[in-house]
Ligand binder design. Structure first.
Ligand SMILES: [Zn+2]
Length: 412
């Protein structure tokens, strides 16, 4: 596992100038390395290095030689990701462009210590004394180690931006004693905690559509290149908001699983499938955006967090999880016109009522291999407690939410 922490350090003019010199030569080597890769149809670091090292060494006599290595690595990474984008049809040019340069460092080119960080230049080492942000200490004091590779970028006003990489080995997943199924939807996520369903509102679709509306309002009749418009668009921070929601959700679910030594059960969603769930959104770009944030990005966030804590994940086939009765194995019919509760259906055999998301949860459990008896006709199976976004975002754990919910019910 890897996390990158950004540090900004203000340096004196001398230091900045020495780093600027490195950056300029690095840019030249990088451009040649990319050129070589394209000409020889390769993305391999070893081949690129073998191909250009000698000539570059001649040209850049006094730059520390490892900069040539890291520039070749940088080129190889840029070429491979460009290839990938091209395959997906998302490359906007016929070759990777070198616009912004971040100089890559290896263990020969920089040394890390808490009082100073030194970087090699053409004129010896320069040292930087950063003030570490809180996030840095969170990794530093929690078992993450500083990796031997790092990067730097030069900003205006003699500011160096350092990218420190932290690494940590993944813990081994434990043998699960129970299951926590999680069902993702466009506006909510449902979870089974201690066998009880609960619906957490995420409003992903609402939020995305809301931002789309605001964006249209801001850009109406204006160019998106306009400075004022760009500033307003930036201030929307749609992505930040969604990332916060995803991270918090992932944390709650993973912590719950870790405490009860459970495995998390998720639908193994095909790459861009359940678009039918959001078919009322006509704009296909927008639909894809909602799909990504509600389904694939949320799933990835949970999987990533689970990996970090060694929580096992079981992916199951998503077919018919919301239309098969988990008790009778029969079909559940949802009224086509919806009525007042469009997400509640009726089992054709037992005639009991089911909420669509709760059905999915029990079916996910079954598919993961759970054989315990299913609850029949309980209130929760057709009317699960729903928790508003603002409330669960502040909650310490899913357990706490469940307890609070019970108390509210008792008071009523
Ligand atoms: Zn049934």
């Amino acid at each position: 596992m890897e996390r990158t922490v950004k540090l900004r350090v203000k340096v004196d003019y001398e230091t900045y100038r020495k780093l600027k010199e490195v950056e300029e030569e690095y840019r030249g080597i990088l451009a040649n390395a990319i050129e070589y890769g394209l000409r020889n149809n390769t993305t391999s670091f070893t081949k690129i290095k073998a191909g250009i090292y000698k000539a570059e060494r001649e040209k850049h006599k006094d730059i520390p030689s490892h900069y040539i290595y890291t520039a070749c690595e940088d080129a190889s990474e840029r070429l491979s990701s460009f290839e990938k984008m091209k395959r997906k049809g998302r490359a906007y040019s016929d070759r990777p462009e070198v616009r912004r340069v971040t100089v890559h460092l290896d263990d020969h080119l920089w040394k890390f210590s808490l009082d100073r960080i030194s970087i090699s230049t053409k004129r010896g080492r320069v040292s930087l004394s950063p003030i570490f942000p809180k996030i840095f200490w969170r990794y530093y004091n929690n078992g993450w180690r500083v990796a031997s590779e790092a990067r730097f970028k030069l900003l205006k006003g003699n500011v160096v931006e350092l990218y420190i990489v932290f690494k940590k080995d993944e813990p081994k997943p434990y043998e699960p004693k129970a299951f926590i199924p999680v069902d993702l939807n466009e506006n909510s996520v449902s979870v089974l905690v201690d066998g009880k369903p609960i619906l957490l509102e995420t409003n992903t679709k609402k939020i995305t559509l809301g931002y789309e509306y605001k964006r249209k309002w801001i850009t109406a009749g204006k160019s998106t290149k306009d400075r004022d418009t760009r500033r307003k668009l930036r201030k929307l921070r749609e992505r930040d908001k969604k990332v916060d929601i995803r991270r918090k959700l992932a944390k709650l679910v993973v912590m719950e699983a870790l405490e009860s030594r459970s495995a998390i059960v998720l639908e193994d969603l095909p790459k861009r499938a359940p678009e039918h769930m959001i078919k009322d959104v006509r704009d296909s770009q927008l639909r894809l955006r909602i799909y990504r944030s509600a389904f694939s990005s949320t799933k990835n966030a949970i999987m990533e967090k689970a990996k970090e804590f060694g929580v096992p994940i079981i992916l199951v086939d998503p077919a018919y999880t919301s239309s098969t009765c988990p008790v009778h194995g029969s079909k559940i019919i949802y009224r086509p016109d919806g009525g007042s509760a469009p997400r509640v259906g009726v089992c054709v055999v037992g005639k009991e009522r089911w909420h669509r998301d709760v059905v999915s949860l029990y079916n996910l459990m079954r598919r993961a291999g759970d054989v315990s008896p299913m609850p029949l006709g309980s209130k929760e199976s057709h009317d699960p407690p729903t928790v508003k976004l603002g409330r669960w975002l502040r909650a310490k754990s899913l357990h706490q939410i469940m307890i609070e919910d019970k108390m509210i019910e008792m008071m009523v």
